[in-house]
Design a protein around this ligand. Structure first.
Ligand code: LER
Ligand code: MN
Length: 271
């Protein structure tokens, strides 16, 4: 069954970014539960800054699940990337993602590799960047596997990475890898920029689809942009997708309104 989730960012440097709730994990969980979301997706400053026991209690209290945990703070706060030319930066990036995998894995859920994938250029060839990315996925995905979960790889739009912008290209890269424990996070906002046909791209991902970021063409809540959600929802249901659609959208006009619009859209299209 497709379930609803909503993002909570705990990263002060990301304020103004595409997250529905901000700064306060307890308040975010309370609001998510009050509106009827199934789960929350958390963007922490670092895995060590999260208290696993407290989070477990908070989720239990509000009858919420944890959907996934993001790693973007590694890039936003420390400029860590898995494809950085500096081996020390790559090592710190790997450690940062590994810690999130371990934390999320304790809840049986995946970590997200988005911004920390980096890009090629500035003296790094595309071939070299992809070789480093493959090597890092080869270490990180088995770590998630040992915790009975997968690693989510997110193709981003062209303004955020030049590695892979479409589902087709990302799948082609992942196919020959030794680890098959990487699934795709398909973000409807990035897809609205890059894909010819969003529904067809989701269908192409098929069983490799692990998570969906639920945002409209302008990165506002679903229904407040011009993405045609009907064929997307029909495809997700028809292909038997049973993961989360998780609102990673701007808190516009404010968090409460974005969350309400998201859950109303979710109910309209998936219930
Ligand atoms: C970044 O644009 C994004 O979509 C995030 O999910 C990446 O962590
Ligand atoms: Mn995203």
């Amino acid at each position: 069954m497709i379930r609803s989730a909503v993002t909570i960012s705990l990263v002060p440097e990301s304020r103004g970014g595409p997250f529905v709730f901000w700064d306060d994990l307890e308040a975010g969980c309370a609001q998510a539960a009050a509106l009827g979301f199934d789960a929350v997706e958390i963007f922490p400053t670092h895995a060590d800054d999260l208290d696993g026991l407290a989070l477990r209690e908070l989720l239990r209290k509000h009858n919420l699940q944890l959907a996934a945990v993001g790693t973007g703070a590694g890039w936003v706060r420390r400029k860590l990337r898995l494809t950085d030319p500096d081996p020390h930066v790559r090592m710190c990036a790997r450690d940062f993602v590994a810690a999130v995998i371990d934390f999320a894995g304790g809840f049986g859920v995946p970590a997200i590799l988005g911004s920390m994938q980096g890009r090629w250029g500035d003296g790094v060839s595309r071939e070299q960047a992809l070789a480093w990315l493959a090597e890092e996925l080869g270490q990180l995905a088995p770590r998630a596997h040992a915790l009975d979960t997968c690693l989510l790889y997110e193709p981003l739009n062209r303004y955020e990475t030049n590695l892979f912008n479409t589902v087709a290209d990302a799948l082609e890269f992942l196919r020959p890898l030794r680890t098959q424990n990487v699934k795709l996070l398909c973000d409807l906002f990035h897809m609205a920029i890059e894909e010819t046909d969003i529904a067809a791209a989701l269908r192409l991902a098929g069983p490799k689809l692990g998570h969906v970021h639920f945002a409209d063409s302008n990165r506002r809540a679903i229904g407040w942009g011009h993405t045609d959600i009907a064929p997307i929802a029909a495809t997700l249901k028809d292909m038997g997708y049973d993961g989360y659609v998780s609102a990673e959208c701007f808190a516009l006009p404010d968090s409460d309104a974005a969350a309400r619009q998201t859950i109303a859209s979710f109910r309209r299209w998936f219930r």
